[in-house]
Each structure stands twice: as C-alpha cells, then as structure tokens.
Design a protein around this ligand. Structure first.
Ligand SMILES: CC(C)(COP(=O)(O)OP(=O)(O)OC[C@H]1O[C@@H](n2cnc3c(N)ncnc32)[C@H](O)[C@@H]1OP(=O)(O)O)[C@@H](O)C(=O)NCCC(=O)NCCS
Length: 169
C-alpha cells in the first residue's frame, strides 16, 4: 500500500535525491546534460527547496511504501497561484522503478482533493513540450491551454506547455 504524507524540512534531502535519480532518465532525450545539472542545482539545492517551502508556499507530499516507509516520489503544489483561483503543481517526480503503477494518479488525486477543499477552481502546471508526461496529464483530465518559453539564465530555456484541469467544485 502507498501512504501520502506532507513532507517536513527533514525530508528535503530525500526529495533532492529522488530528483537526482529521476531527472537524467526523464530528460536525457530532451535537454543537454549541462542544462539538466544547471536546473537541478537551481531547483533542488537544499537552499532552493527550503526557500520554496518557507517563502513561496510550496507544499511537498511524499508517496511512501506503507510497510517499509521507502519514499517513491513527491509532488509539490501551491494554492492561489499568483492570486488566482488555481492550485499550481510545481513538481511531480517518481523514481523510475515506481512509475507506471498508479502512484502518479494517487498524487494528482490527493492534490485535487486539497485544492477543492481550498475552493480553488483549477489545477495548473507547466510541462516541457517534449515530455511524455503530457499524455499522463491528459489521462488525468488536463488540457493544454497555452505555451511559455522561460529564460532561466546561462543561455538555457524552458520550453513548456501550460496545462490545466478544471475541478468542478
Ligand atoms: C509522469 C509521472 C508522474 C506519472 O506517474 P505514473 O505513476 O507513472 O502514472 P500512473 O501509473 O499513475 O498513470 C495514470 C494513467 O496515465 C497513463 N499514463 C501514464 N504515463 C503515460 C504515458 N507516458 N503515455 C500515456 N499514458 C500514460 C497510465 O496508463 C494510466 O492510465 P489508466 O489510469 O487508464 O491506466 C511519472 O511517470 C514520472 O515521475 N515520470 C518522470 C518524471 C516526469 O516526467 N514528471 C513530470 C514533470 S512535468
């Protein structure tokens, strides 16, 4: 069985380790190795993770094996994104061995429930335009509502689709 719990500061190293194990396989055909290293440092240094949680209102949920407590992956979200009635999913990553087993659906369903309780109208997220996670999000009820190219410095760009899912509260 899988348990979903809210992460504490104590869990930030686990989140960083899962990102470092998951990003290379996720992005090897999409981004250069130097861009992957740059983005991991930018988004997953312990300082960056602490800032997301303490100053930016990001909440991380962990998916854990109920018996062993092994952590399989995480999702992070932010209510009322940019003052709108939207819950933004900033991150969702599962270890390669834990993908394709329904854990991603469980994490999205959990955040959808929390967002409905918070009376937000939509879930929103950004996804790389070449990431096969797009099909997963479509299966979860998201549609592409726009695209966005973000200059993240050092000559690197994030070329994303914006996807949203109405929550029908
Ligand atoms: C994307 C990710 C979170 C999805 O979670 P998951 O646990 O692998 O997906 P699930 O097993 O819950 O799949 C749920 C449904 O989506 C479908 N699905 C999942 N990935 C799919 C894909 N690549 N193409 C088509 N359908 C897909 C499943 O078949 C399933 O459909 P069903 O309910 O009809 O059986 C996970 O695979 C992952 O961490 N990938 C690498 C990191 C990544 O790309 N993160 C997103 C960054 S924006």
């Amino acid at each position: 069985m899988i348990t979903i719990t809210e992460a504490t500061e104590h869990d930030l190293p686990i989140i960083r380790d899962i990102a470092y194990q998951t990003w290379p396989t996720t992005f090897e055909e999409i981004l250069s190795p130097s861009q992957i290293s740059y983005m991991l440092e930018m988004m997953y240094s312990l300082d960056a993770l602490r800032t997301q949680v303490k100053d930016k209102n990001h909440v991380f949920l962990l998916a854990q094996e109920s018996d062993s407590q092994d952590c399989l992956g995480y999702i992070s979200y932010e209510f009322d994104y940019e003052g709108q009635s939207k819950t933004k999913i900033h991150k969702i990553y599962l270890l390669p061995a834990s993908q394709g087993k329904g854990v991603g659906r469980l994490l999205i369903d959990n955040v959808a429930k929390l967002a409905i309780d918070h009376t937000n109208a939509d879930l929103a997220l950004n996804v790389n335009r070449y990431n096969k996670a797009i099909q997963f999000y479509e299966r979860m009820g998201f549609t592409i509502v726009g695209n966005e190219t973000i200059d993240i410095g050092d000559g690197f760009l994030m070329e994303d689709f914006i996807m949203e899912k109405p929550l029908n509260t």
